[in-house]
Design a protein around this ligand. Structure first.
Ligand code: FES
Length: 110
């Protein structure tokens, strides 16, 4: 069973923006869509480690800032399956507060 770690409030992240943080030594990107959905991905593009937190969010996707490959925020999958898959981080939004699974960093590092 996951324990949940509060990492902030939704207002900390601009719409169509992201916030980067490090949990258990792993860089994590938390994204907010225009519809106030929250998603988490490891902040490392599967192509060449670009910082996805600095990418452009559109719909439920993010475009990597380095070479513009697009990844789905919910699954981490590349829009083009050949682009690979970014590791997802479990997040939860409750009453405007954002939580991530406490083992998220460890999962991402495995
Ligand atoms: S590092 Fe992300 S598209 Fe190249």
């Amino acid at each position: 069973m996951s324990e949940w770690l509060e990492i902030g409030v939704i207002a900390d992240i601009p719409r169509l923006g992201a916030r980067a943080l490090t949990i258990n030594g792993v860089k994590i990107a938390i994204f907010r869509t225009a519809d106030d959905e929250i998603f988490g991905l490891e902040d490392r593009c599967p192509h060449k480690d670009g910082p996805l937190s600095q990418g452009i969010v559109h719909g439920r996707s993010v475009a990597c800032p380095l070479h513009n490959q697009v990844f789905h925020l919910d699954s981490g999958m590349g829009a083009d399956p050949d682009d690979g898959c970014a590791r997802t981080i479990q997040v939860r939004l409750t009453g405007g507060r954002i939580y991530i699974a406490s083992g998220a960093g460890q999962q991402a590092a495995e």
